[in-house]
Design a protein around this ligand. Structure first.
Ligand SMILES: [Zn+2]
Length: 73
């Protein structure tokens, strides 16, 4: 992961724990380049969510997220 300056959760504005430019907690990173069939044509949206805000977001889903266990990266 590349070094970066302070990072904040977009939903709750909490600062993400970081040491020497390395994240000390895992976050959700959203990245979407909207295309022609949207009302945001050619606009890129990016945001991060801390784990608590991510959990809050997916708890609103009508269909639960697909969960796949990852054994090795
Ligand atoms: Zn948050």
């Amino acid at each position: 992961m590349k070094e970066r300056s302070a990072l904040f959760c977009n939903a709750c504005a909490r600062e993400i724990k970081m040491e020497n430019g390395i994240l000390k907690e895992d976050v959700f990173e959203g990245n979407k380049e909207w295309g022609y069939f949207s009302e945001k044509d050619m606009v890129r949206h990016s945001f991060i969510l801390c784990e608590a805000c991510y959990d809050k977001m997916i708890s609103n889903f009508a269909i639960p997220v697909e969960e796949i266990e990852v054994t090795e990266l």
